[in-house]
Design a protein around this ligand. Sequence first.
Ligand SMILES: *Cc1c(COP(=O)(O)O)cnc(C)c1O
Length: 346
Amino acid sequence: MRQLQELVRENIWKLSPYSSARNEFSGRTAKVFLDANENPYNNPYNRYPDPLQIKLKEKLSQIKGVPVNNIFLGNGSDEAIDLPYRIFCEPGRDNVVAIEPTYGMYRVCADINNVEYRPVLLDEHFQVTAQRLLDACDAHTKLMWICSPNNPTGNLIDRWEIEKVLKSFEGIVIVDEAYSDFSSQRPFRADLAAYPNLIVLNTMSKAWGCAAIRLGMAFASSDIIALFNKVKYPYNVNLLSQQKALEILDDPYTVDKWVKMLLGERARMITAFLELSCCVGIYPTDANFFLVKMDNAQRIYDYLVDKGIIVRNRTRVQLCADCLRITIGTKTENNELLGALRMYVS
Ligand SMILES: *Cc1c(COP(=O)(O)O)cnc(C)c1O
């Protein structure tokens, strides 16, 4: 990896961040707070929330096995996806490399930030070699996006190839593990100490059942986390989200139960799909969804919409012609989908 200072935009490296009242006095022992122009009434919503979400990070640190100093929390993974562009990529000059097809937000954030996006097409098994990713880079490549398990394909990207990229790429490698709670493979956040150029993304939106509270995580070296903290909005995670997250994190047993249930349903759904005459094939998955090739994805999608059942039509995505992405729901929801497809006449 190049020196961090060489990778960071000059204006960001030099930036003096906004210093809030809560930053300047963060002790808990005072009894009168007249420093932030808050209204003294309407407790607890009158007070600005903890800008660094320390209580929540301490809890997450135990669960994820990552030290507090290596954790950033954001307004969904969306924020953790946008920030690396703003920190590392000079608009109109730098570029990023990503696997293709993958999660759409990497490209949208590149476009918003006027950063060139270089997609590298996966092979027919939805895999990629480190060499192909590295071949797409030049001296201005700052970031590499690898989503594993990948969305919309569902499969894990070969761990060995990701490790090779981490060892040879001179810039930052971002491994989005939004779905790692559904996979039994060792998560990359466990290897943070070995790779100073690694950023791992996690989210509360999937296995933890909290998409509405908008809470995403980035795990990285404390130097990279310090840059995230410098550039983020001061109070980027509101009090209600912090409270709700603490609540669900206190109940990992329930989350475990959900994951087991969803994995069981996933296996049942795959077996059932393979017996449908309109199903051409199912791709391997390590997530709470699967990608399935149908005999006519558009027609089946429209048929399901007509019945009030919405799946994701991915037929216009590269390598995904005639594919639908099916999220695993409750047993009842899954049975509704199966029932409708069994009645479908090609
Ligand atoms: C769903 C998903 C996320 C989660 O995004 P949030 O903004 O945290 O809800 C992140 N990455 C991928 C690849 C996803 O599919």
